[in-house]
Design a protein around this ligand. Structure first.
Ligand SMILES: C[S@@+](CC[C@H](N)C(=O)[O-])C[C@H]1O[C@@H](n2cnc3c(N)ncnc32)[C@H](O)[C@@H]1O
Length: 240
């Protein structure tokens, strides 16, 4: 399997800290109540574990399965787990993708944050079907969407900068339509010195399957969920 994050994985955790400051509360709210379940929480596309850390706070005694196909991202995830004995004890890292992961029979909650565009529509719908029977009463599936909601072009835009020591990391990206419901993201990462000159730069391209919040809600309803959109396009769905 190609690691789409082979290069960008170096930066993804630090570049995502700002976004997670905003996502943290909507995700915490969507997970309300899961602490009382003894069924595991599954974080699909867990990346470096920013969502795992939030889930672990919300549900301090619940096991977490962190599913992540990218070895680079898993390295960052393991580093995060290694900083906390509690996470080392409760989080199991599963090397693989959401499509083929052997889901446990009973699940207390599912997170799919900043990742659903990696799944093609048929894989996504297959995932909803596999999840719906495993989530207990009131157990939430929490999915967010990232723009664009339809296959449109977006000119290159800086989406984040972060200062690390003397260097500034800058992430930017542009979007090109690549089909009826897919775009190609062209990402550029630059490391800038104190004078603002690039000392390193690379690009990474990846396909992203797009959909809108109403489309996602309709798709989840068709799969047997009751879904509701909250702040930052965080959709919370429970078994109908
Ligand atoms: C933008 S990152 C988001 C990581 C994390 N959820 C977060 O919000 O910080 C997307 C993640 O999805 C993972 N991914 C890609 N394809 C996947 C798949 N088929 N199943 C599960 N995860 C996948 C990537 O390796 C990457 O770590």
């Amino acid at each position: 399997m190609v690691d789409l994050y082979q290069d960008s994985g170096e930066f993804l955790d630090v570049m995502s800290l700002g976004a997670w400051m905003a996502l943290r509360e909507p995700v915490r709210q969507a997970l309300a109540g899961v602490a009382s379940s003894s069924d595991p929480i599954v974080d699909l596309g867990a990346g470096s574990g920013l969502g795992v850390a939030v889930a672990a706070e919300v549900a301090p005694h619940v096991e977490i399965l962190a599913v992540e196909p990218s070895p680079v991202q898993r390295a960052a995830l393991h580093a995060r787990l290694g900083m906390a004995a509690d996470l080392m004890r409760r989080v199991t890292v599963v090397a693989g993708g959401a499509e083929r992961f052997g889901l446990p029979d009973r699940i207390g909650a599912v997170l799919a944050i900043n990742m659903i565009g990696h799944l093609a529509p048929a894989e996504r719908r297959g995932l909803w079907r596999r999840l719906v029977g495993r989530l207990g009463d009131g157990a939430p599936l929490v999915v967010n969407l990232q723009p664009p909601a339809e296959p449109v072009a977006i000119a290159e835009t800086v989406f984040g900068t972060v200062q690390v020591g003397r260097l500034r990391y800058e992430g930017s990206g542009s979007v090109e339509p690549a089909g009826a419901d897919v775009v190609m993201w062209h990402m550029r990462y630059r490391v800038l010195d104190e004078g603002g000159d690039p000392v390193r730069e690379f690009t990474a391209d990846y396909p992203w399957h797009v959909l809108s919040v109403p489309q996602l809600v309709a798709e989840l309803s068709a799969a047997g969920f009751l879904a509701q959109a909250g702040p930052l396009d965080v959709v919370r769905a429970v078994r109908a």
